[in-house]
Design a binder for this molecule. Structure first.
Ligand code: NAD
Length: 270
């Protein structure tokens, strides 16, 4: 029987591919033989990741993007099809919390700025919907492909201080289920849509909430660890296996799921 987890030659598009989680996943997938398209805003960072992958014998290319701009994403898709001929997997990893949308400990809900709330909703939710719409087209033509969205613990349980981020991620879990149903009914079982819900990993978008400038944990960081049965933050590489599983034929009958990778955080009640 063939290796169900084999992803050799898969063309994988990763939005937020220059981020901490996206770049780690990109490197791993390239090591497994996938052709990796890194979509990001920062050309220099993206090119450095590509160089690193290519130096290690992998195939990768950088495309400058803004996931909230449909025209740019459509151009990215055209360029990728010209370069690689197909798209097998879309990882919607662009996103994260934003400082302006965070309520500080001495503030309350009345201090929330509606325009900042809107921005974080747009980045996470609309910034997932637009690439999905664009990259789904070649997948439907091929009759095969899958999308993996990035949800969060905040989707299961709203967390203090980040109500916009939490609402957006709850929206992503809901959108994942909606799209799984929509694609299966309209385009058949070759198209699958799933999500991953990482626990807590220190990255650019949450560093200031979870760590102090000297690297020690803030009270919030300590609370996260106390509520994580494994007693620690996650390491970015711990997401790679779940991503590979969801995008591969090992998950051929899996659609609409939100795979939790959290050291047990979501099981914890008291
Ligand atoms: N780190 C965690 O603990 C955690 C937990 C759950 C979910 N997530 C999700 O994982 C995903 C990856 O985030 P990360 O933790 O690696 O953070 P990160 O800040 O390191 O990466 C986020 C990336 O998104 C990119 N981005 C922001 N706006 C963009 C735009 N308009 N167009 C294109 N790219 C844009 C950033 O440039 C960055 O590269 C996010 O969706 C985040 O919400 C992270």
């Amino acid at each position: 029987m063939k290796n169900l987890f084999d992803i050799k030659d898969y063309v994988v598009v990763i939005t937020g591919g220059t981020g901490v989680l996206g770049r780690c996943i990109a490197k791993y997938l390239a090591e497994q033989g996938a052709k990796v398209c890194i979509l990001g805003r920062k050309e220099e960072v993206g090119q450095a990741i590509v160089e690193d992958i290519v130096k290690n014998g992998g195939v990768a290319k950088f495309y400058k993007t803004d996931v909230m701009n449909q025209k740019i994403v459509e151009q990215n898709c055209k360029d990728i099809l010209a370069d690689f001929g197909r798209v097998d997997t879309l990882l919607n990893a662009a996103g994260g919390n934003q400082k302006g949308a965070t309520i500080t400990p001495d503030q309350n809900f009345f201090d929330l700025k509606a325009d900042e709330f809107q921005k974080v909703l747009n980045l996470n939710l609309t910034g997932t919907v637009i690439p999905t719409q664009v990259f789904l087209r070649p997948m439907v033509k091929q009759g095969k492909g899958s999308v993996i969205n990035f949800s969060s613990m905040a989707a299961f349980r709203p967390m203090t201080r980040v109500c916009g981020y939490a609402a957006a991620k709850a929206g992503i879990s809901n959108f994942t289920a909606y799209m799984a149903h929509e694609t299966a009914m309209k385009f058949g079982e070759g198209i699958r849509v799933n999500a991953i819900a990482p626990g807590f990993f220190i990255t650019e978008q949450n560093r200031a909430l979870l760590t102090n400038p000297d690297g020690s944990f803030t009270q919030r960081g300590k609370d996260v660890i106390r509520q994580t049965p494994f007693g620690r933050m996650g390491k970015p590489e711990e997401l790679c296996g779940t991503i590979q599983y969801l995008m591969s034929d090992a998950a051929a009958f899996v659609t609409g799921t939100v795979a939790v990778v959290d050291g047990g955080f979501n099981t914890f009640a008291m």
